[in-house]
Design a protein around this ligand. Structure first.
Ligand SMILES: [Zn+2]
Length: 391
């Protein structure tokens, strides 16, 4: 896969090494309105969040404390594997190691993000089949990553912080988190392909969709979704795997890795003019790349129309045998890193559409993996809406 990233628009070349941590993503904030404008706009629109139904009685997880604490996986006491096609069931993969990856103070990709997601999922999807994400095998990483990157991430002596690029920082716990994040996707593919369940969600970090074959970048160490897609092709003999990416940033790494591989089709909507400055509609790969640029302030109406008119018909035509989702929630109007101005309901809408595509072509099989999302309340709310619509 080496060198494929060279065939798309230059990415990350404009970053000066001396820039502060978070400069790539965070710098985009300076181009738009100041953080927090989404809250104001939401108030103007008078669109409060829909109240969620209470969790089943007696199963309410403990509320998180002021400090980050792993409160344990709410493993179901007894689980009977559903037959393929059963509705309403769901596997959630996560691991406490993913809470320990810490890129440093003030970094937006912080452990509290995952804690917020888990808090929401424990409350609303406590009855899912919760599993610990395994450590990925090196051979599974090497399908999409150069040996040099694998060694760089796994073998470097990290004490304190180690910057891989101005955005992407490792701490001593990062290696374990990266191995679990990538391992979650592989295990999720096995689970849905083996008929243990139809839907799996990987609540993991660091995120992955910016990492290319040879470079960790944009908060991402390994490209978790690409590792999962390549595994599905190789180990399960699939011929058509779709990766749908609704993170507000373009998944340049995923696109680059599969740019010349028509067995994987990549579908992404993302905000124009922000990191990583790739993902133009003319970037088509082998005819398997589908990009839609949305201008800042687009909002849900334009977002939904773009998917309904352009991306979803193309996805339907591709007839994926397995649908993978890069689920980033930073297009939410409250997110501090972007200005696409989606509301929580928009994530639920698209997820419902994707579920229908998967039911038509993939036996309902979906693996979704957490990517971005930097406002904790929006992230918690939108990830719950995503899973509500997946089930
Ligand atoms: Zn993002």
């Amino acid at each position: 896969m080496a060198g494929r990233e060279k065939s798309i628009a230059p990415m990350g070349r404009s970053y000066e090494p001396q820039e502060a941590v978070g400069a790539g993503h965070a710098r985009d904030r300076l181009r738009g309105q100041p953080p927090g404008k989404g809250i104001a706009l939401r108030a103007m629109k008078g669109a409060p969040a829909e109240p969620r139904p209470p969790a089943p009685e007696g199963r309410m997880p403990a509320a998180p404390g002021p400090r980050l604490e792993w409160t344990g996986l709410p493993i179901a006491e007894r689980r009977i594997p559903p037959a393929p096609g059963d509705a309403g069931t769901l596997i959630i993969l996560t691991h406490p190691a993913c809470l320990l990856h810490d890129p440093g103070p003030e970094h937006p990709e912080r452990p509290a993000r995952l804690e917020a997601v888990l808090e929401g999922l424990r409350r609303h999807h406590c009855d899912a089949d919760w599993r610990e994400a395994p450590i990925v095998k090196l051979g599974d990483l090497r399908r999409v990553h150069d040996e040099a990157l694998v060694r760089d991430v796994l073998e470097a002596d990290v004490s304190g912080y180690r910057m891989l690029d101005p955005d992407t920082v490792m701490c001593p716990a990062s290696r374990a988190a990266a191995l679990r994040a990538a391992g979650a996707g592989v295990a999720a593919v096995d689970a849905v392909m083996n008929g243990e369940d139809r839907i799996a969600f990987c609540a993991v970090r660091p995120p992955g969709h910016h990492a290319t074959s040879g470079s960790a970048m944009g908060f991402c160490l390994f490209n978790n979704i690409a590792v999962a897609a390549a595994y599905a092709l190789d180990k399960h003999g699939l011929e058509r795997v779709a990766v749908v990416d609704f993170d507000v940033h373009h998944g340049n790494g995923t696109q680059a890795i599969f740019f010349n591989d028509p067995r994987v089709a990549y579908f992404s909507s993302h905000e124009s003019g922000i990191y990583p400055h790739s993902g133009a509609p003319y970037e088509r790969g082998a005819g398997n790349i589908f990009n839609a640029l949305l201008p800042p302030g687009s909002g849900g109406f334009r977002f939904q129309n773009t998917w309904a008119d352009d991306l979803l018909p193309a996805l339907d035509d591709f007839k994926p045998q397995l649908l993978l989702i890069s689920a980033g929630f930073d297009a939410h109007m409250r997110d501090p890193l972007a200005d696409l101005m989606l509301e929580t309901e928009d994530f639920g809408w698209l997820t419902g559409q994707l579920r229908a595509v998967a039911q038509r072509h993939a036996g309902g099989r979906i693996v979704s993996m957490l990517e971005g999302g930097y406002d904790l309340d929006a992230l918690r709310e939108a990830s719950v809406a995503h899973l509500d619509a997946l089930r």
